[in-house]
Design a protein around this ligand. Sequence first.
Ligand SMILES: Cc1cc2nc3c(=O)[nH]c(=O)nc-3n(C[C@H](O)[C@H](O)[C@H](O)COP(=O)(O)OP(=O)(O)OC[C@H]3O[C@@H](n4cnc5c(N)ncnc54)[C@H](O)[C@@H]3O)c2cc1C
Length: 321
Amino acid sequence: MVHNFISKEENRINIIYNELKNLASSLGCIALENEPMKFHTSFKVGGNARLFIYIKNYKCLDLILEFIKKHELPYFVLGKGTNLLVADSGYDGVVLSLLKSENNKLDLVSKDTISCTAGLSLAKVCVFAMKNNLSGLEFAWGIPGSCGGALYMNAGAYGQDISNVVLEADHIDAAGNIHTLQAKDMQLSYRKSYYSDKNLIILSMKFKLTPSSEKEIKYKMFENMKKRKLKQPLEFPNAGSIFKRPIGGYYTGALIEACNLKGFSIGGAMVSPKHAGFIVNTGDATASDIANLIKHIKESVRNNSGVELECEIKTLGDIKI
Ligand SMILES: Cc1cc2nc3c(=O)[nH]c(=O)nc-3n(C[C@H](O)[C@H](O)[C@H](O)COP(=O)(O)OP(=O)(O)OC[C@H]3O[C@@H](n4cnc5c(N)ncnc54)[C@H](O)[C@@H]3O)c2cc1C
């Protein structure tokens, strides 16, 4: 006879997660147990999240955070998962998503200012700005994340980033208190912000833009997208640039190419032959394949040029890059 021994502690934790699942469901949220994170990341890899909750509205978020705090559960706020590598062993905690929140909305609050919620896609906000003849977000056209993820990362392209347009933002802390930060207090720098590694939940933000014409804005967006399609391996699952641009005027792609790593693979993870700064999932990559490839690239570049590459992408779960 095979016995399945569960320790008292495991049993206690199981009961807590079950209670949270029931609480979330009773509040109208979608709560998914053992949800594969590969369904929620652009890399299309990652094991299961113990509990994945699509937050229905701010009231639910408040109550769920209260429960999480009371029971000291680990949690993670997910945007669109386009800058994220989740471990093959998954995440033993609660993943919160604002993507399906009924609070998600987009408004023109004055002649040059847009407000939007964190769970909306950046693409939607770019189109809204264009339709309202407001320029400033063209650089973001083609960045596939959510607004929350974009502010957290201070996402950018073509010499501009979120810091050029953000005015203020609201976030909720782990204790359930809501705060408003002005742009000057967000510590926005290259792919970094005040929110980095703090587990705060960005709820909404305002962008201050410049009046222009829809036609001109559309043209800039079109040109930016054309450049992306030409340079980036958009035909394969990926997470954008893996590494930050190194200090000292180096280009990541060139440093990796100099190591003859274009097209180099570990398992199903490959250095994109189109852009060496990207790793693509050729079909059956695991998170470990990607992590091992990242380590190999870092080591090769260090040995070849003495430059220490730093990762731009974030990780979740038991994985080191
Ligand atoms: C094809 C491709 C092209 C890309 N091009 C660019 C580019 O040009 N420039 C660029 O900067 N990036 C680029 N990226 C990377 C990525 O799209 C951005 O970093 C984006 O801002 C991440 O947003 P996300 O919603 O997907 O965040 P996620 O990947 O879900 O999360 C990233 C981090 O943000 C945090 N986060 C997400 N939402 C919230 C929230 N509401 N509150 C608090 N924290 C939150 C997460 O906890 C995590 O730490 C690209 C990615 C791909 C796949």
